[in-house]
Write a protein that binds this ligand. Structure first.
Ligand code: GTP
Ligand code: MG
Length: 363
């Protein structure tokens, strides 16, 4: 770039001459009038500064736009070792009796529930503690805003506690530790605190910043305190979503029901899904025939931060898959078919590779 006159550069950058001259003043560049020429180096420096300012402005605008959005409920995933009391805690919160209804009292899937508190809604996601369900725990951590790690005070930190912590860490999700079963005579809260320190989490009571709340999911002792902590962390996270944006969410679970057909639990993350909407999850499409909220009530709309059961998927979408809104059936089918073909091609390629490899192994 050769020399350039101030008014030329101002035009190029979409600025007023006066604006550019003010910038040159702050840069300590001398000039006579807007017709003065700037050397190559100065012009390049000006461009850089203007680009930087624009970036900052855009960032500020984006932040302002976000701050104007309504708040959404936090999504809290309950994680921890098998039988440490995750489902019992949610039961207590919902005043229901889910733990007793489960096969052998073991949670096998991701359940989602909404709990109303005086300070607003909280979406809770239950996860299984059994070692067989690693992927479900991982998925649970990924969709969470906050992870509550439940540790039984009579058992301490166990393998799946460590795994849960690792998942939450990997997902960059803030953790709250709930030391459960403090009603038991053999409960040893201090030992769990020591265990936590060994894992690198220093409880607030010991001068650190790990949030630890001793509770009894059975008697409800201190559960309110746990809720307060959840709401506090949620407040700091400043969770917002646009209910008018193009809807998107994630599949928490999907199963086939003899009567209802394909039943899908969907967590809405942005926008509002409505009955009649078309959606695509991976290579499966659907039209929302009905939506049922966690209390079993039919709803017509699902805004951000709600978990609903959706009827209307044509097939079983895989849990953890992102859900997109699409305008109509043609688009829904088109996208799903495209992805089915892509998947088939991938699978075929993989099979070919394996065949070639096994032939090579034979030679
Ligand atoms: P998985 O889903 O299989 O990982 O287990 P979970 O963590 O959901 O445990 P669950 O809530 O099913 O509780 C396991 C057992 O511990 C049940 O018998 C509960 O009644 C009992 N339990 C849970 N919380 C408490 C508690 O605070 N105090 C006492 N005494 N028992 C509890
Ligand atoms: Mg459970």
């Amino acid at each position: 770039m050769a020399k350039v006159r101030i008014y030329q550069l101002a035009k190029e950058l979409g600025m007023e001459n006066k604006e550019l001259m003010e910038l040159l003043d702050t840069m300590g560049v001398e000039y006579k009038s807007h017709a003065s020429t700037l050397d190559e180096e100065t012009a390049a420096a000006v461009k850089e500064i203007v680009a930087e300012q624009k970036g900052l402005e855009e960032k500020k605008k984006a932040e302002e736009a976000r701050a104007a959005l309504p708040k959404r409920p936090p999504v809290v995933t309950i994680m921890g070792h098998v039988d440490h009391g995750k489902t019992t805690l949610l039961d207590y919160l919902r005043h229901s009796r889910i733990a007793e209804r489960e096969a052998g009292g073991i949670t096998q899937h991701v359940g989602a529930f909404t709990v109303e508190t005086p300070q607003g809604k909280i979406v809770f996601i239950d996860t299984p503690g059994h070692e067989a369900f690693t992927t479900i725990r991982e998925r649970g951590a990924r969709v969470a805003d906050i992870a509550v790690i439940v540790i039984a005070a009579d058992d301490g930190i166990m393998p799946q506690t460590k795994e849960a912590i690792a998942h939450a860490k990997a997902a960059g999700v803030p953790m709250i530790f709930a030391i459960n079963k403090i009603d038991l005579p053999r409960a040893d809260v201090d030992k769990v605190m020591q265990d936590l320190m060994k894992e690198g989490f220093v409880p607030e009571a010991y001068g650190g910043d790990a949030i630890v709340v001793p509770i009894s999911a059975k008697t409800g002792e201190n559960v309110d305190e746990l809720l307060d902590m959840i709401l506090l962390v949620a407040e700091m996270e400043d969770l917002r979503a646009d209910p008018e944006a193009e809807p998107r969410g994630v599949i928490l679970e999907s199963k086939r029901d003899k009567q209802a057909g394909v039943l899908v639990t969907l967590l809405v993350q942005e926008g509002t899904f409505r009955v009649g909407d078309y959606l695509v999850a991976g290579d499966v499409w659907g039209k929302i025939r009905a939506m049922i909220d966690p209390d079993g009530k039919q709803v017509k709309e699902a805004p951000p931060g709600t978990a609903v059961q959706v009827l209307g998927f044509r097939d079983l979408p895989e849990a953890g898959t992102a859900v997109e809104w699409v305008p109509d059936e043609v688009a829904a089918k088109h996208i799903a078919e495209e992805r089915q073909e892509e998947r088939k091609a991938r699978e075929q390629e993989e099979a070919e590779r394996r065949k070639v490899k096994s032939m090579a192994d034979l030679l």
